[in-house]
Each structure stands twice: as C-alpha cells, then as structure tokens.
Design a protein around this ligand. Structure first.
Ligand code: SF4
Ligand code: SF4
Length: 410
C-alpha cells in the first residue's frame, strides 16, 4: 500500500454505489467508452490501491490524468462524492512517485518562472514564420496543418507582462468600491487586450481597480498536475500580496483562477469574484449599454464557472440579453467541457480533439456571429476548433464584447 493514499478518506470511496450515472455525462468516457476513463473507474482503482489489491504504477498514474476535471461526474453524483478532491490527491501521490509528465513539466516550469515566460514572449515574435493571426483575436493559428490534427492555435504571447508595475485605474462612474484585478498568468502574458477591457468595463461600472506587479500564476496548473509543492509556493506568494492590499475584493476574468482562489486560498482576507458576477451585480447599468451593430452571440459555460463556482447557468443570458442590439442564442450542451482540461489536451490530444469537435458542432449549429466565454483555456481551444472547420466565427472573452458596448456618458 502506498502511504500517500492514506490521505484519501476511505469513506469518500465507500460512498460510490457503482450506479454509473457519471458515465452518461463524462466527456472522456463518451470519447473512449472505457470504464477507467470515468470517475467510477478511477474511484474503483484508487480503492483497490488503497486496500493493497492494486499498485500505484505508471499505468495508474497515466489514468489519473485521463480526466479534464470538468466536474460533470461530481455534479450528477447522488452520493455527493468529492471527486475533485479525490483525483487531485491521487495525482499528487502519482506525481510524488513518478514525477510530472514532460508536457506538465514544460507548462508548470514556464508558468512559475518569470524569466522563462519572458523568453517565451521573445520566441513568439519569431513564430510569424509558422503562425498567422487567428479569426479569434489575440490568438495565432498555424500556417500549415499539423499532420493528423489540422490547425493548431496558440495565444499570441506578449513580450512584457501586463502587470509590469503597480497601477491604479480610477472609476469612471459613480464610485462603488475598489477591487484588485488578478490577471493570473495567461491574462498577464497573452490576452492582455482582454485585461484592458476587463478594467475598462469595471471602471465604467464604478470600480477603482488596482493591479499589483507582484502577483504570479495562481498555481492551478501545478495543482492539477499533482505538483502540490509548486502550487503552495505560488499560493503563498499571492496570498501575502493580496492580503496586504486594502480593497473590497478581488476580481478575475479567468474561470480557473477564480475557482482556485475561491476554493484553495483559504487564508484570503477578502472576497473573490468572477468578472461575470460583477456584471450580474450591475445589470441595471448594463441595460443602458448597446452594441453599434446587431450581434448574435452564443455562450460556452467554462466548467470552472458553472460547476467549479456554481454560478447559475442563466447569468450569461441575463447579461447579454440586457444589452441593446445583442441576441443571445443558447447552444446545445452549452455546459459540456470543450476538451481543454489544462495539460489534458497535451497528454491526451486524440480524446481532447473528439470532445472539441462535439463542442464546435454545437457552436456552429447556433449560426451566431461570435461565441463568448470566460476562460483563457476554453478561448484558445474553441478558437482552434473553429479554425479546423474554417469557420469565420471568432471566440471572445465576455469583456471584449462588453467593452464595445459601454455608454460613456453618465
Ligand atoms: S455517479 Fe457517483 S455513485 Fe454513481 S458510479 Fe459515479 S461516482 Fe459512483
Ligand atoms: S471530471 Fe469530467 S472528465 Fe473527469 S471523470 Fe468526471 S466527468 Fe469525466
């Protein structure tokens, strides 16, 4: 028996009655039709290892990563099994024994090392040889199809970070409070226009925004890879900075950052908000906003918003329907995972592609002008899927649309 596994409460595992409800909703099971893909299979495997009937070997470690952590199984499970906690602890044990997968090592090393991130930014300036601008702004698509895969989309990495120094952005409407904008790693280095738009919208809703140069990656990629030590280092750096700043709360435009800050930063001394939540609180102001040209939008629910944070599914509809000129079209399976799942896409590209194709066909069926979401990983993955089918539809962040609708006279 592996000592590490004693940290998973046996009572959690014993709750599984093998009903199979999780099979019906698991995107990975849907793509593979293999029992070990779904939470029931993983819980069974962990139970066997914990009881000494199975081994924590490389195959088991590989299976623990065969999951996008979309939380569909946790949502549907009548036995209230905390699947996310179970799988993260299992990954921690597997990583302690076998180390990170090369794909995870590459991502987590760059995300926690500012100098390496700078180098990635410099390197990306050379990428024009292989990439061209995508129809989804702030992304780049491969000029040549990758064999067996088609188009590949990457976020266009900026040379410097968005929060290169401490800055204040004063409210541009009747003042409602002060929020710290937490960009995380991606909105600091890649989707920086979105960071600008988030701040612009919040200023026009009446919030003073402060951004600190010292915040770092929230640590979610390390946590999900099972590298708890790196996660704790990043978390403690952020906690110290965020707790020292006087503000009414913290806001982020990244679903994964927000889920992570809300659930794993227990010592934070102020509330955390998803950008979407601040919009909902200010819906009466947003009702006065309008788009210049009529726009049909559809919405993809990031797993870490709809299940990770339990933000109700009707919130995006309420926000977009309140803006004059916007038509909201519900897509089928709007809360299904897009197939990204952090490093899952790199470890299991074939399964990820199958999940992505299903999401893209649901998006295309809406005939919307744009698909909107609020997670950088989803934006990149959906942008790639749209490029693969030669669609002219862009994938945007909520703030990129809202920033175009602001009514500037109050
Ligand atoms: S839904 Fe819950 S109880 Fe049913 S098989 Fe899945 S994990 Fe077990
Ligand atoms: S979290 Fe999602 S991908 Fe992972 S086992 Fe559950 S339903 Fe399947």
């Amino acid at each position: 028996m592996d000592e590490k596994f004693l940290q998973i409460k046996q009572e959690w595992l014993d709750r599984c009655v093998r009903c199979g409800s999780c099979k019906n909703v698991c995107p990975v099971f849907n793509a593979t039709r293999e029992e070990p893909s779904v939470s029931r299979g993983k819980i069974s495997l962990i139970d066997m290892i914990q009881k000494g009937y199975g081994k924590l070997d490389r195959e088991a470690a590989f299976l623990f990563k065969k999951c996008t952590t979309c939380l569909r199984c946790q949502e549907i499970c009548a036995m209230d099994i905390p699947y996310e906690e179970i799988i993260l602890k299992a990954r921690e044990a597997a990583t302690a024994k076998f180390g990170l997968f090369p794909q995870e090592k590459a991502i987590t090393t760059i995300l926690k090392n500012e100098k390496l991130f700078d180098s990635a930014g410099s390197f990306s300036r050379l990428s024009y040889l292989l990439f061209k601008p995508s129809k989804s702004p702030q992304n780049a698509v491969s000029k040549f199809p990758v064999p067996g895969k088609g188009a590949t989309v990457i976020p266009a990495i900026k040379e410097g970070k968005f929060n290169y120094k401490d800055r204040n952005f004063p409210a541009k409407a009747e003042r409602k409070g002060k929020l710290i904008y937490f960009p995380g790693c991606i909105f600091s280095r890649a989707y920086t226009d979105t960071s600008k738009n988030i701040i612009k919208v919040l200023n026009h809703l009446g919030y003073d925004i402060f951004i600190s140069s010292k915040t770092v990656c929230c640590g979610a990629p390390s946590l999900h890879a099972g590298d708890t030590k790196s996660f704790e280092e990043l978390k403690n750096k952020n906690l110290k900075i965020l707790n020292e700043i006087e503000a009414d709360g913290i806001v982020t435009g990244c679903a994964t950052c927000c889920h992570n800050l809300k659930h794993n930063y227990k010592k934070l001394n102020k509330p955390v908000f998803q950008f979407l939540e601040i919009l909902e609180q200010n819906i009466e102001t947003i009702r006065q906003w309008e788009v210049k040209e009529p726009l049909k939008v559809t919405w993809h629910h990031p797993c870490h918003i709809v299940r990770g944070q339990n933000i109700p599914k009707d919130v995006p509809r309420k926000i977009f329907e309140s803006i004059n000129g916007i038509t909201y079209i519900e897509m089928k399976e709007s809360d299904n995972c897009c197939g990204m799942g952090g490093s899952f896409k790199m470890i299991y590209p074939g399964i990820s592609d199958k999940i992505q194709i299903r999401k893209i066909s649901n998006i295309m069926a809406t005939d919307a002008d744009a698909v909107i979401t609020e997670c950088p990983g989803c934006i990149m993955n959906i942008a790639e899927g749209l490029e693969k089918v030669n669609s002219s539809m862009p994938c945007n962040h909520t703030a990129d649309i809202l920033a175009k609708c602001i009514k500037t006279t109050y």
